[in-house]
Design a protein around this ligand. Sequence first.
Ligand code: ATP
Ligand code: MG
Ligand code: MG
Ligand code: MG
Length: 542
Amino acid sequence: MKQSKLFIPTLKETPADAESASHQFLVRGGFIRQIAAGIYSYLPLGNKVLQKIETIIREEMNHTGAQELLMPAIQPAELWHESGRWNVYGPELMRLKDRHGRDFALGATHEELITSLIRDELNSYKKLPMTLYQIQTKYRDEKRPRFGLLRGREFIMKDAYSFHASQEDLDQTYKDIYDAYIRIFDRCGLKYRAVIADSGAIGGKDTHEFQALADIGEDTIAYSDESSYAANLEMAEVIFQENKQSGTPDTMQVMDHFEGEPERKLKLVGFKSDDQNILVLACDDDEINEVKVKNFLKLRTIETLEHNEVENYDIQQLPEDVTLLSDQSVKNVVNGYLYNASNKSTYVNINIECDFPEVPCVDLRVIKEGDLSPDKKGKIKFARGIEIGQVFKLGEVYSKSMGASFLDEQGKSKPIIMGCYGIGVSRTLSAVVEQYHDDRGLCWPVALAPFHIHVIPVNVKNNDQLSLATLLHEQLSAKGWDVLIDDRQERAGVKFADSDLIGCPIRITVGKKASEGIVEVKIRQTGEQLELQVESLEQFIY
Ligand code: ATP
Ligand code: MG
Ligand code: MG
Ligand code: MG
């Protein structure tokens, strides 16, 4: 492809609002342009990379036996009323009315739509299992859209949904798709961890997130190189009372009693908080069929929620009188660990069990990086992660609320058991850039590069240079490489700067030695460069 004919509007200057490397370089490299907060156009280069990611996802999803379909982005409110989510999803759901005043939502996710689609069709065990997926634009009115494509309000997601007659069958598909995700992210060249993720609020079902390692990541993960231990620390969040005397957080006080029958034991299953509010979830047995939201410290009792309501509970909708004592008392807790935000190395393990009507007892232990993991096989490390995908055993939540049932072998009607599986496609693109850049621009892994090879005739007015470069462009393209030729009449400095910014894995510079058939080859990622006779080029590139 001739660069002179392509729409690659590169920028010299860093855009003022670009807070992350991926945001900065994707805009500067002419891959994306912002239209509004969290809303972007993908320019030809960005679109090309997106398509490469999508191809990898399609190949691996199809390999599991999943079938692709495409559902509408506009969804009638009735479906969200059926699932009960219209009133609980909160302001993240973008809502609109048609000319008749009917309510619709822009799809933030498609559980409702797909359940309505299959409920009349997958009505017998003979038709199960089935996995359907789509690659589609999603809309979420995020409170803080930021970091370019990493947290958009309009973004591209691959979402898959599986339908089963038994839990064992769901377990098998969950594993198959988990394995497919490993192949997808490996092929994208990402460094990532699959971590146990927050399922407490949704009823103790299995869920894993795939977290790309990057300092800009909004999640903190704890993992161990020596063992399989890896978890998102966001699994639980709780208020922590600082010990004001010593200034160190070594105690946590539960000021309020749990209510309930004296014999019942409550176990803490999860916490959620945003900057302002805190939600504490506890359950009375491992089944977690009842979840209580309780107050800690000076928080007043919020309310008691049923399990299926908690799943959709929107933290931003807490009553106004629920406020924290001070910002200082807010700490993030994850996976049963408290995270002391002011001292990043300190985590506190919380373990709360209570016998009514006693005040719950609290066991605190400060753990640090280097401590033994919970399975005791390795040492714990902390890292920041970008959630690029999540797999989740939904169970019967949607099939029950939306009436999706099947007849089993005995002719008995049962709710379909479901799983759901997401990948942030546009977020994955950005996550790759977070891991593959230097201070001059992008350094694409071969599998995702918009072009594999960038051929640069230094002076296009020089016939030797232009004709050799054109020949290379043709020959390498014929061999199946994606080749970009910079045929613009620009200064060498401009061409090299743009080339570094765009980040093709291999650059071939055709300069003064073109008449001798000598070119310079440079590897973008390593900076390694050497002069070669064009005859030996092919050997080098393979
Ligand atoms: P997050 O915790 O980052 O808000 P999520 O858990 O709400 O993400 P899911 O509902 O699990 O997201 O959606 C599946 C995938 O879609 C996520 O794993 C993530 O990769 C991607 N995704 C979610 N929200 C966004 C967003 N605002 N912009 C880009 N990608 C997103
Ligand atoms: Mg989210
Ligand atoms: Mg998440
Ligand atoms: Mg998620």
